[in-house]
Write a protein that binds this ligand. Structure first.
Ligand code: NAD
Length: 296
């Protein structure tokens, strides 16, 4: 069976690597964090001390890293490029920047390495249960080759050529973050008027205002007060910025999107660096007094 290298064993990468092990793949992993490497070793994976060692002998290399900067620093480094066998298929499952992914694909192609993008949606729970949505960008042939691996993670949707998966992912998260923000404002207004948040959610979830935020994030992470979805606020903001940059580049209207980014930026500046993205709801409530005054 295919030997897969898996670089980036964090909140998402760890359960995803586990899914590959469960399916019988040999997984050679690397993460900067010692703890993440130990976790892979504990479930039957092979943990290595550098990305170059991890990719050695792998025919497929999966990246699940924070952003394009990290992806490029890992995969386009001289020692990793030297360790990659000709014709290796690199699958960037991180939420990266579409245009940078296209440029990286061209750079790797000149070295005889293939590249597809396959970011995901569905959160840590979706990764643990193998029910993610995988948004793939690349040629039919490359994606067919890697389909058995991607199906271990969930349902695969082919979005288009290289970069299309990353574009779809960023646009999805722009919508998701904007829904979460407006639901935070609406539920706060309802509560201030005397409508119980739980009851309002029940009403909205049977009506046209529902979203992933009202069906999942509010009942599971916000109302219980745990704010532990496992998806960082700063990663959500990164995705929103990728999406509005894309909209600007193609001259698509994005006034609401830019307004949402500005509010998420304010929240990111005021909340701790490691805040979960669901903390946006608490931030909206905490800053309600001042924002209400500024709108009078
Ligand atoms: P995370 O911060 O939990 O994991 C990232 C991992 O990358 C960390 O373990 C970190 O040590 C490692 N890392 C950083 N730099 C590295 C390097 N140079 N070499 C090797 N390892 C390095 O983040 P996450 O939540 O797992 O997210 C990973 C990607 O998936 C991001 O692009 C994110 O936007 C996306 N994503 C996250 C979620 C979610 O719910 N958490 C959902 C969908 C997509």
């Amino acid at each position: 069976m295919t030997t897969v290298a898996f670089i980036g064993l964090g909140n998402m990468g760890s359960p995803m690597a586990r899914k590959l092990l469960d399916a019988g793949y040999t997984v050679r992993g690397f993460d900067l964090a010692e703890e993440a490497r130990a976790k892979l070793g504990a479930v039957g994976g092979l943990a290595f001390g550098s990305p170059a060692e991890a990719v050695n002998g792998a025919t497929t290399v999966i990246l699940m890293l924070p952003n394009s900067d990290v992806v490029e620093s890992v995969i386009a480094s001289a020692d990793v490029e030297a360790a990659l066998a000709t014709n290796t298929l690199v699958v960037d499952m991180s939420s990266s920047e579409p245009l940078r992914s296209r440029a990286l694909e061209q750079r790797l192609r000149q070295k005889g390495i293939r590249f597809v993008d396959a970011p995901v949606s569905g959160g840590v729970k979706g990764a643990e249960n193998g029910v993610l949505t995988v948004m793939a960008g690349g040629s039919d042939e490359d994606l067919a080759e890697v389909s058995a691996i991607l199906e271990c993670f969930g349902t695969v949707k082919h979005a288009g050529q290289v970069g299309a998966g990353h574009a779809a992912k960023a646009l999805n998260n722009l919508m998701s973050a904007t829904h979460l923000l407006v639901s935070s404002e609406a539920i706060l207004a309802g509560q201030s008027f005397g409508v119980d948040p739980d009851l309002l959610l029940q009403i909205v979830n049977g009506s046209s205002g529902k979203s992933g935020s009202t069906e999942n994030k509010w009942p599971n992470f916000i109302l219980p007060g745990t704010y532990n979805s496992g998806f960082a606020l700063k990663l959500m903001l990164k995705d929103m910025k990728i999406a509005v940059d894309l909209a600007d580049q193609v001259h698509a209207a994005s006034r609401l999107s830019h307004a949402a980014v500005q509010l998420w930026e304010e929240a990111a500046a005021e909340l701790p660096d490691n805040a979960d993205h669901t903390e946006i709801a608490r931030w909206v409530a905490a800053t309600s007094q001042e924002s209400a005054v500024s709108h009078r």
